[in-house]
Design a protein around this ligand. Structure first.
Ligand code: ADP
Ligand code: MG
Length: 763
């Protein structure tokens, strides 16, 4: 696996791009600048977005990007503060497209460098705005409370005193609105330019109309001014937004936890000296030193030393793992107690950490269908509110109310409506959930997984490598005396055939041959049955190694009783033969996965049916099933039969999950509504299942189902609340029951409830 020089790593990088679907000819990517060419994954680019502060911003950016030439698809994640575009490299000028977002007031960076400083600065700016809104707003309110309200109450509207006071509150309310409320005014402007109507539009329309009307009255005299509403609305909205921002930041921190921990420095051996270099400069083959307490800077093989490594970042497992020479250490893990000298095997974007990060980013940038629906609904809803506000104004005015009172009622309608709660309902809950799964070492490839996982009614397990550990060992070899082979001959003959197989059985058999392994050619695989090949040596025929169904006439073998006895003890029996000859069998033993029976019990407790489908002998399957306390199982099931069975269950209305190790169960994994694999190799991103467990702990599955159910419940509560709130609040405002100030308070509380409810998912 160790590639000593960089050309090899360039190669793998190219392969990687093809894997993601498309290749970009090198020449083209050069045209688009260095950053873009490094970060492009084929025709998809990822970037960070700063300056979003309400889900509506994401909609604005998407709309604006889609209008750029050559950009086919744009998805912006409000919760993840990042985005993704699919584009045609011939037509699109990505950098200028992103630069155009500046015009709308957002900054987009083509970088995966997820540093938090900008987000913190934004939070500080919001705090300053809130202080401005509150500082000036309080003075306005004081003047109203002490002087203006009593004066208005006594019927004085046009005295010199009232007019002077109105000028004073005008002067104070102006910075409160335009400095304090700068964010939402800017947001409304951005929406306008992108052709959208959103939360910001409503609040801005509300405050600006109340403000303009009050200015008009101040200048012409003779009426009441509503600067009190203007400042109170601004204060409430800003307070709500600020708290929302803090809530969102908490959610993001969980995800960033994983993403930001890419080590950036490394000690590299150069000219017989340890020198500090940037981790991004490392290539496979480099020698690195990791000292106690430091993070490993690349995936590497230990050359000298042994230490306990904290791998919790990658696997969620908090107990350190002992490793020594020859073992692989992963980038991002911490050496807890001793120094290690290692040789880099995978660096930069190839490391396991980088691959996991990629998966998490992809997932964050994919919107679940329910969110698309909510986004669309909140857009339409905002338009509807503007219409309702106009109708409210006209209705009251035409029915004889004073225009100022009619206006105030319309302002209440604009301000009380909260499409933001609709927009916030899903993304925060999803982001928090994904953050938690990532911390536990569960990689979720798509947010719809959460929806499916919550609905699963039946879980199908593969046997070998899933319910058992997949680390088989040979316990016996039995030879038919007629064939004149020794046990050792039989093992090595089988090892000759198995040397190209990836099946866990193959590894054990290959290891059991202590003589020199014979060469073999014309290797063939019969999925779920066995393998065959021509082996150098005495046997001139094609040698078959596999289950009794794969060989002819094992029933007539004198060894059959012995083999069945083995199988009944839970051992896997692998036959060896050619043509009609059955030469003998090898019995192998696998340990049950330690967490399996716990996991099965927990799933049953949750009302989920568990089934084991194995390609192994029914007797072996039965023995393992009873050892694990599993009542539903089947043996002798070929890979496509597993898929067939799953399809039947699906047709009877069940949502079926399949868990396997990817060996001989790909068709079943593809058929299932939810596919889960255990990450065997280091190529985490290469796995195609919906969910990858990065550590072999099957109890992660009930955990994931609980979390998904909880997340689903939270999202439904959020959406339900958002709808119910708006359904009640808007009519109340339209009929004049709620004043603008109370409307603003209700609106801010409403979106805070959604944020608070989502934060409960953090557990
Ligand atoms: P499981 O469903 O338990 O994971 P598989 O479908 O992978 O099992 O394999 C089913 C059976 O096919 C094994 O028990 C074994 O008898 C046989 N088999 C599959 N691949 C091989 C192989 N490479 N060498 C020998 N036997 C094999
Ligand atoms: Mg298998």
């Amino acid at each position: 696996m160790v590639a000593p020089n960089s050309p090899k790593s360039a190669d793998t990088k190219k392969q990687k791009q093809t894997q993601h679907g498309q290749t970009t000819p090198e020449s083209r990517s050069e045209d688009r600048g260095l950053v873009a060419s490094i970060l492009d994954r084929g025709e998809t680019a990822h970037f960070r977005v700063e300056g979003m502060w309400c889900p509506n911003c994401a909609t604005n950016i998407e709309a604006s990007l889609r209008n750029e030439p050559g950009i086919k698809k744009a998805t912006i994640s409000f919760a993840g503060e990042q985005g993704r575009v699919e584009y045609d490299p011939d037509e699109a000028d990505l950098e200028s497209a992103l630069a155009h977002l500046k015009g709308l007031g957002y900054q987009a960076h083509l970088t995966t460098d997820l540093d938090n400083r900008e987000a913190e600065r934004q939070q500080e700016r919001m705090l300053l705005q809130l202080i401005a809104a509150a500082g000036f707003g309080m003075q306005v309110m004081l003047i109203y409370l002490v002087q203006l309200y009593p004066l208005y109450a006594s019927g004085a509207f046009d005295t010199e005193n009232v007019r002077n006071l109105q000028y004073v509150v005008w002067v104070l309310a102006t910075p409160a609105l335009f400095v304090g409320g700068f964010s939402f005014l800017l947001g409304a402007w951005r929406s306008l330019r992108a052709g959208n109507v959103g939360m910001d539009t409503l609040v801005s329309l509300g405050t600006l109309s109340a403000y303009s009307y009050s200015v008009y009255v101040t200048l012409t005299g003779g009426g009441e001014v509503y600067f009190d509403s203007v400042v109170m609305i601004t204060m409430f909205i800003m307070l709500g937004r600020y708290l929302e921002k803090i809530g969102g930041a908490r959610a993001r921190k969980d995800i960033r936890h994983l993403l930001k921990l890419r080590p950036d420095k490394a000690w590299q051996r150069i000219d017989d000296e340890w020198q500090e270099v940037r981790a991004s400069k490392l290539v496979p083959g480099d020698r690195i030193l990791v000292r106690p307490g430091e993070r490993v800077s690349a995936d590497a093989e230990i050359l000298e030393g042994s230490a306990a490594l904290d791998e919790s970042l990658l696997t969620g497992e908090s107990t350190p793992v002992e490793k020594s020479a020859g073992d692989t250490v992963y980038a991002g893990t911490i050496v807890t107690d001793d120094a290690l000298i290692c040789r880099v095997t995978r660096a930069g974007e190839e490391t396991r950490l980088a691959q996991i990060t990629q998966v998490v980013e992809e997932t964050l940038n994919t919107k679940p269908p329910i969110q698309r629906l909510a986004d669309r609904a909140s857009g339409i809803f905002a338009f509807g509110i503007v219409g309702t506000a106009i109708l409210t104004f006209l209705g009251w005015w035409l029915s004889g109310t004073s225009p100022s009172q009619a206006l105030l009622t319309a302002v209440a309608v604009l301000v009380v409506a909260c499409p933001c709660a609709l927009g916030l309902a899903t993304p925060l809950a999803v982001a928090i959930t994904l953050g938690r799964t990532a911390q536990q070492g569960i990689l979720v490839r798509n947010p719809t997984v959460l929806e499916t996982a919550a609905k699963v009614g039946r879980i199908v397990f593969d046997k070998t490598g899933t319910l058992t550990r997949g680390r088989l060992s040979v316990v016996s070899a039995s030879v038919d005396p007629q064939t004149e082979l020794s046990e050792e001959d039989l093992l090595c003959l089988a090892a000759g055939v198995e040397q190209y197989s990836e099946h866990p059985v193959a590894r054990a058999i290959v290891d059991s041959c202590s003589q020199s392994r014979p060469q073999a050619e014309k290797f063939e695989v019969a999925r779920g049955l066995g393998v065959s090949a021509h082996v150098d040596g005495r046997i001139q025929e094609r040698v078959r190694v596999g289950s009794s169904r794969y060989l002819e006439g094992t029933e007539q073998s004198p060894l059959i009783d012995q083999a069945q006895e083995r199988a009944e003890r839970g051992e896997t029996v692998v036959w060896i033969g050619w043509k009609e000859v059955t030469a003998g069998f090898i019995a192998l033993r696998d340990e049950p996965e330690p967490t399996a029976s716990d996991a099965l019990r927990q799933l049953e407790e949750r009302g989920i049916t568990t089934v084991m489908l194995s390609g192994d002998d029914p007797r072996t399957a039965e023995a393992i099933a009873s050892e694990l306390g599993l009542s539903d199982y089947a043996g002798s099931t070929a890979p496509n039969e597993k898929a067939e069975r799953i399809k039947e269950w699906q047709e009877s209305g069940e949502t079926v999950a399949m868990i396997g190790d990817g060996v001989n169960d790909a068709p079943a994994l593809a058929q299932a509504d939810l596919s889960i694999t255990t990450a065997s190799g280091t190529d985490v991103a290469g796995e195609t299942s919906d969910v990858v467990l990065t550590r072999s702990d099957l109890t992660l599955i009930p955990w994931l189902i609980d979390l998904s159910r909880h997340a689903g419940r939270t999202i439904r509560e959020n959406l339900g609340w958002a709808f119910a709130y708006n359904l009640m609040a808007v009519p109340l405002a339209a009929f004049g029951v709620i004043s603008p100030v109370i409307a603003a308070g209700a609106m801010a509380t409403s979106s805070l409830l959604v944020v608070g409810n989502s934060l409960r998912l953090r557990g």
